[in-house]
Design a binder for this molecule. Structure first.
Ligand code: FE
Ligand code: ZN
Ligand code: FE
Length: 168
């Protein structure tokens, strides 16, 4: 790692890998969602994620560097947790609440990475890259807010309903 350009490239490879991993798991998260709004949100974000991958490929292109991902241990861990929730939640409402939490962890990671890359791109004077990354960062923030509103719009309340106390 000789320069800021190298550091930028390394982080770009991390988020590129992370986006592509999410493309693999988002269809499954949509399929396993019981709440229809949540299901739709995952489907929409899958489409957005495909566009984000294409945007990152444009960024690699602008830099004249190979579009190649590098294993993101953080995203692998977040996705593994999501998969565990899918496998282990017996109640579908509780599973939905867990899926929202897992998805928000992924969005927060992306927001962190894109915000960092955006700041670096500004300092490196890469205006076109700033524009591309801003668009994606906006989508990730929106996805995060939408998940919060879905959680509060019924998922958490349904998941938190306790069975009636047994009669004495
Ligand atoms: Fe993304
Ligand atoms: Zn700064
Ligand atoms: Fe995202």
């Amino acid at each position: 790692m000789q320069s800021m350009d190298d550091l930028f490239y390394a982080f770009l490879q991390d988020i590129y890998f992370a986006e592509k991993e999410q493309l693999k798991v988002l269809p499954n998260m949509a399929q396993k969602s019981a709440n229809e709004t949540l299901k739709l949100a995952f489907r929409d974000h899958e489409d957005e994620t495909s566009e984000q991958v294409a945007r990152l490929e444009q960024v690699f292109d602008i830099l004249g560097r190979e579009a190649r991902g590098k294993t993101s241990d953080a995203m692998i861990a977040i996705i593994a947790e999501a998969q565990r929730l899918i496998d282990e939640a017996d109640d579908e409402a509780v599973r939905d609440a867990g899926l929202v939490a897992a998805a928000q962890a992924a969005e927060h990671y992306e927001i962190s990475r894109y915000a960092t890359l955006l700041g670096w791109a500004e300092h490196l004077g890469e205006d076109e890259i700033v524009e591309l990354l801003s668009e994606t960062l906006e989508e990730e923030r929106h996805a995060d807010e939408l998940l919060s509103s879905i959680a509060e719009g019924g998922v958490n309340a349904t998941a938190s309903e306790r069975p009636e106390e047994a009669e004495v």
